[in-house]
Design a protein around this ligand. Structure first.
Ligand code: CP
Length: 510
């Protein structure tokens, strides 16, 4: 219970448990047993009730029914107006094909959560039937949805809030009713917003504008999108109606393709645009180009440009959200986020992790975002490069250690992040030969002997075999996570688009 007493306790723990026992019996009677039965709980609370139902069914029939949990965030119809950034990964560890799926939710109100859940389940397969079990039906339906199994009908007004507390997460189990605080309920609330987590960014230009909490939220959201990317139908309707322009004025394989796939998998409309096929070659300025795009009423511009600062200029000339997809030698924030995601998947925690960035640091925009991002997350960072490939004042990078001796630091490292020698941005001759560079700074089979047994190797791509590493290390089955980084690119870019474009003003909380 909270610090103040509720207006009324509608169900105490005994009543909740009794209702779940009764519903378990009703489900078994209606379905004549538990053959092909599966329970899917809607997070948060519906999943806990589904677990209780599964335990009851096990007690009655001696059978473990398949049990899953479903987050309906990607299917909500109020993404643009009532955005709640915190989501939970869907986990349905069985095929729903041919199953009699019982959806389980705590409080049935407008029916919009259930509409979203039905769409979400149908994207996972073709159940033979879907039924709905709820603990409380409080009325006020806005859609033609009725439950098949109900714990208790509770007539309530829009001015009241009906809430299930569960011992597992709240410390006590009860259904309580309270008056909504005056002024907080101008319109009927359609969703139980599951968290107070906020994400108050409109653009992603500079990773240092993001906090550790922001980055954790992006990584958690990317994890939820990873589940979508593992499905047979890799698409959710979340960004339906949003228009995103991918303005790539410089070559790209990974960033461009993963943004485009991320947008398609979120159901946004994508426009791929830029480079030599545009009127830039006829002399049209960046600002005039952006103003032309603005006339199409677009929602987001993803900018890659050889000029540092170009994405920032776009923010000053467009009402759309802007994402930097790499600008000159300056920044590449979504690359840093996908790198963090990959490291997080392998190491679980960032604090105290020793990460070295090795190679052409002077010309690297990847480094410009990655080192600050690693520092924000609590890593110990190393810059390893020949003096000629370090910036004139390496301390501005914010690295904890700067060295030109790879072998002396290799034994300490948890993550070795190799950078491509940026041939297209080199001025002068920073090293005598590729062979010498490879000998001193390349990751080779021989040099692997110096590495920790569980150290991993990252690279942003594109890779130069025979320069930053030999093929043995580039393709190392235990250490090389380069293709995992590519996969993370889709998940992280889906997450950042989802978070930036949610809410009434493209992510900016009023
Ligand atoms: N890592 C990276 O930015 O690759 P692309 O240049 O292929 O997008």
């Amino acid at each position: 219970m909270g610090t103040t007493s509720p207006k009324a306790v509608i169900m105490d723990e005994t009543a909740v448990n009794r209702a779940m026992t009764r519903i378990a019996h009703e489900i078994l009677e209606r379905n004549e047993g538990c053959e092909d039965l599966a329970l899917v709980g809607i997070v948060t609370r519906g999943d806990l009730l589904a677990k209780k139902l599964a335990e009851e069914i096990k007690e009655i029939e001696g059978v473990d029914v398949p049990l899953g949990s479903l987050d309906i965030s990607f299917y909500r119809d109020d993404y643009a107006t009532n955005f709640a950034p915190a989501i939970h990964a869907t986990n349905i560890p069985f095929s729903v094909d041919g199953k009699r799926v019982v959806l389980v939710d705590d409080i049935l109100y407008t029916g919009r959560t259930i509409r979203a859940a039905l769409d979400a389940v149908m994207d996972l397969g073709r159940p033979s039937r879907i039924e709905l079990a709820v603990l409380v039906d409080r009325g006020h339906r806005e859609l033609p949805i009725s439950p098949d199994f109900v714990g208790k009908n509770v007539p309530s007004s829009h001015e009241e809030n009906v809430h299930l507390y569960m011992k597992e997460v709240d410390g006590h189990t009860a259904v309580e009713i309270n008056d909504v605080a005056p002024g907080s309920h101008v319109a009927p609330r359609r969703w139980e917003v599951s968290s107070t987590v906020a994400f108050n960014h409109k653009h992603l230009i500079d990773i240092t504008e993001y906090s550790e909490e922001d980055i954790k939220l992006i990584l958690e959201t990317a994890k939820a999108f990873s589940e979508v990317n593992e499905r047979a139908i890799k698409k959710v309707p979340t960004l339906k109606g949003k228009t995103i322009v991918n303005m790539f004025n410089e070559p790209s394989t990974r960033t461009r393709s993963s943004f485009e796939l991320a947008e398609k998998r979120l159901s946004a409309d994508s426009l791929n645009f830029g480079g030599s096929s545009t009127s830039t070659v006829k002399g049209e300025s960046l600002v005039d180009t952006v103003e032309t795009l603005n006339a199409y009423k677009i929602d987001c511009i993803v900018v890659r440009d050889k000029h540092a600062g170009a994405p920032y200029i776009v923010t000053q000339n467009s009402p759309a959200s802007v994402i930097c997809a790499g600008d000159g030698k300056h920044n590449h924030p979504t690359q840093a986020l996908l790198d963090l995601y990959t490291i997080w998947e392998h190491k679980g925690d960032f604090h105290g992790l020793k990460v070295a960035v090795v190679g052409d640091i002077a010309h690297s925009r990847v480094c410009g975002s990655l080192i600050p991002a690693l520092k924000i997350m609590g890593c110990e960072t190393y810059a390893v490069a020949p003096g000629t490939l370090l910036p004139p004042a390496p301390e501005v990078l914010g690295c904890d250690h700067v060295t030109s001796d790879l072998d002396s630091v290799l034994p300490e490292l948890d993550v070795v992040y190799m950078l491509r020698v940026q041939q297209e941005r080199l001025e002068g001759a920073p090293f005598p030969t590729i062979r010498e560079y490879h000998k001193l700074f390349g990751l080779t089979k021989d040099r692997e002997k110096l590495m920790k047994p569980d150290a991993i190797i990252c690279h942003p791509g594109p890779i130069n075999r025979g320069v930053e590493f030999d093929s043995y290390m580039a393709d190392h089955p235990q250490r090389s996570v380069i293709l995992e980084q590519v996969y993370a690119g889709i998940c992280v870019r889906m997450a950042i688009l989802y978070l930036l474009l949610g809410g009434a003003d493209n992510g900016l909380a009023s």
